[in-house]
Design a protein around this ligand. Structure first.
Ligand SMILES: *[C@@H]1O[C@H](CO)[C@@H](O)[C@H](O)[C@H]1NC(C)=O
Length: 403
């Protein structure tokens, strides 16, 4: 605003240089004089993939936790936390790595041919809220910090035009979290519970993550006290979420499983918690289209869904930069095709977790996969908000994939 006033007051000076009608093809020697904001935006407002400060897909950055008045439809939020892991640490650097690897996503080249949509140029205001500054010293405090951060942000407001929309999906802002280790799914589920009540979880992972915390052999913990800090790990957060009654019974799905178990009892515990399971090998037996169709049938297209994607669902040959790698996983493309096949789900929140860049290849292969998965998740969220609740699209989306 002030800058504009100054330009106006310099009109006389500008007149002196009036011979200079600015010409887009000529390099101007007159700094900023006579240029409107539109001119400047046209001239300097478009980043290359390799230029600019690193936000997800060059999205505008707002420190949302300090600006609760900020309105948005979808926000990226980093959760750089990795002190609840059982093996390799380093996922605290995941958000940075995924943002850097998303650099070739720009709004002017953001059209997703798989989804027939450019998620960055549609109805949705998409921003990058930065990271939650989480303590690395005290997991009980970290859990409190994340729970408060997610719950506060979950109650943000959508921009006015979407708040009053006839399309229900547009009315509530959605968060896409970048982890961090997988334990961050507990505070996100707490936040979603405060809005939607129980949600279904659609979980892509090599591991169950519904393990009872006392399954790690230890004489030092009390198996009856879920509040103790050692219960909160990246392999137990869905057990805790079930214990806190955050997850909808009989609607949740794991897909991509291939981990070793302590015994078949692990699967029975998982049954008791109300999950169904697809293994990594089911990709060969029923294919991505069959799997996606069955997931959508099981969950339903109106049920509020938390979509939780552990990057270790992808084979470590294509995603080595992760904390608990398990050979024999899916290709990046297989994961993306399943995600595309479930685009009609009512996803109300999502995460991409367990990217640990110090174990990644020099070509950022894992972080690139995570950034691409983020793009697919955003595409599906935005697409869901285009038409009414995706009902009409259920058929066309499915049948195309089956060909
Ligand atoms: C939560 O865990 C505690 C301790 O194991 C148990 O007593 C309680 O029944 C559990 N609650 C639910 C809902 O599973």
């Amino acid at each position: 605003m002030r800058a504009k006033t100054i330009w106006l007051s310099l009109a006389a000076f500008a007149a002196l240089t009036a011979a200079h009608e600015h010409d887009d093809h000529v390099t101007s020697q007159e700094p900023f004089i006579g240029w409107t904001q539109e001119d400047l935006d046209a001239k300097w407002g478009t980043d290359w993939g390799f230029s600019g400060i690193s936000t997800f897909a060059h999205l505008p950055h707002v420190r949302c936790l300090q600006h609760p008045e900020e309105e948005y439809d979808i926000a990226i939020l980093g959760a750089p936390f990795d002190t609840a892991v059982t093996y390799r640490p380093g996922a605290r650097f995941g958000p940075r790595a995924i943002r850097a690897a998303s650099a070739r996503q720009t709004s002017f080249r953001g059209y997703n041919p798989r989804a027939s949509i450019n998620p960055y140029l549609e109805w949705a205001k998409v921003i990058d809220c930065g990271d939650i500054p989480i303590t690395p010293f005290d997991n009980a405090l970290a859990l409190r910090q994340m729970s408060e951060a997610y719950t506060n942000l979950a109650h943000s407001t959508a921009p006015a035009s979407n708040r009053d929309s006839s399309i229900a999906y547009r009315r509530t802002p959605k968060l896409l979290s970048l982890g961090g280790d997988h334990s961050i799914a507990l505070p996100t589920l707490r936040a979603l519970n405060s809005i939607y009540g129980n949600v279904a979880v659609v979980h892509f992972d090599a591991h169950l993550d519904t393990w009872h915390p006392a399954k790690y052999p230890s004489a030092w913990i009390d198996p009856e006290d879920p509040a103790q800090q050692s219960f909160f790990t990246h392999g137990t957060m869905f057990w805790l979420a079930h214990n806190e009654s955050l997850i909808m019974k009989s609607k949740s799905v794991h897909a991509g499983l291939r981990t070793r178990l302590s015994g078949i009892g692990d699967n029975e515990d998982d049954d008791t918690q109300g999950w169904i399971r697809y293994s990594a090998d089911d990709m060969d037996d029923i294919g991505f289209a069959g799997m996606a169709r069955q997931i959508v049938e099981h969950v339903g297209t109106e049920t509020p869904v938390y979509l939780s994607i552990d990057i270790d669902v992808i084979d470590p040959g294509m995603a080595p930069g992760t904390g608990t790698p398990e050979p024999g996983g899916w290709t990046t493309r297989e994961l993306i095709r399943v995600l595309r096949g479930i685009e009609t789900l009512n996803v109300v929140g999502a995460d991409i977790v367990e990217v640990s860049p110090s174990y990644d290849g020099t070509g950022e292969v894992t972080a690139l996969a995570a950034a691409q998965v983020g793009f697919e998740v955003l595409s599906s969220m935005v697409k869901r908000g285009v038409g009414d609740s995706g009902k009409g699209k259920e058929k066309s989306g499915g049948s195309k994939d089956e060909l």
